[in-house]
Design a protein around this ligand. Structure first.
Ligand SMILES: O=P(O)(O)OC[C@H]1O[C@H](OP(=O)(O)OP(=O)(O)O)[C@H](O)[C@@H]1O
Ligand SMILES: Nc1ncnc2[nH]cnc12
Length: 179
């Protein structure tokens, strides 16, 4: 079986100048299409929600729309935890908290249901890419505003040429691969 590093390096492809000139887009669709690779990355992401004995230590897994959903839902099932969607503005039907931020290639507003968490819930945040860190930072703020505790965040890929890690200094962010 190929190593996790090999899987990520082989199955995440670079698309230059998407969605705008100067951006090197990291496309995870080949990874999602590969059952063995997808299984391996879900297992590796789920490890961020377990202690050293393999026990699940989170109550909820948050996925950030849209690519985060694809990864976070199977991670939640693997951990025996609930799944909470953090969605782009205007998609959640009940009362929400919202946060706006800048992306590498634009601007976005995300929301979470105000009642998405039970008091004291411990939360694992999952996304595909850590770039400027704006998305994860906004998401952590929303979770804390709901009264829940962030246990950790985990991403497939960290882009070290962007300042996400520095921006989130003091937070636990696990990255399966840093490029
Ligand atoms: O660290 P940052 O600079 O915030 O960038 C990372 C975010 O950018 C992408 O999401 P995007 O908003 O493009 O949405 P998508 O998943 O719907 O494609 C990616 O899936 C992360 O959520
Ligand atoms: N370069 C990139 N590739 C894929 N997703 C991203 N999100 C922010 N920057 C990205």
């Amino acid at each position: 079986m190929p190593s996790l590093d090999e899987v990520l390096k082989t199955l995440i492809r670079d698309i230059p100048d998407y969605p705008q000139p100067g951006v090197m887009f990291k496309d995870i669709t080949p990874l999602l299409a590969d059952h063995a690779g997808f299984t391996q990355v879900v297992d590796a992401l789920a490890a961020s929600g377990r202690d050293s004995l393999g026990q699940t230590v989170v109550d909820k897994v948050v996925g950030i729309e849209a690519r985060g959903f694809i990864l976070a839902a199977p991670v939640a099932l693997a951990l025996g935890a609930g799944f909470v969607p953090v969605r782009k503005k205007g998609k959640l039907p009940a009362a929400t908290f919202e946060a706006s931020y800048d992306l590498e290639y634009g601007q976005a507003t995300i929301e979470v249901h105000q009642d998405a968490f039970d008091p004291g819930d411990r939360v694992l945040v999952i996304d595909d890419v850590l770039a400027t860190g704006g998305t994860v930072e906004a998401c952590l703020g929303l979770i804390r505003r709901c009264g829940a505790t962030v246990a950790a965040s985990a991403v497939l890929l960290e882009l070290s040429f962007l300042p996400g890690r520095e921006r989130l200094a003091g937070e636990r962010i696990d990255a399966l691969l840093t490029v």
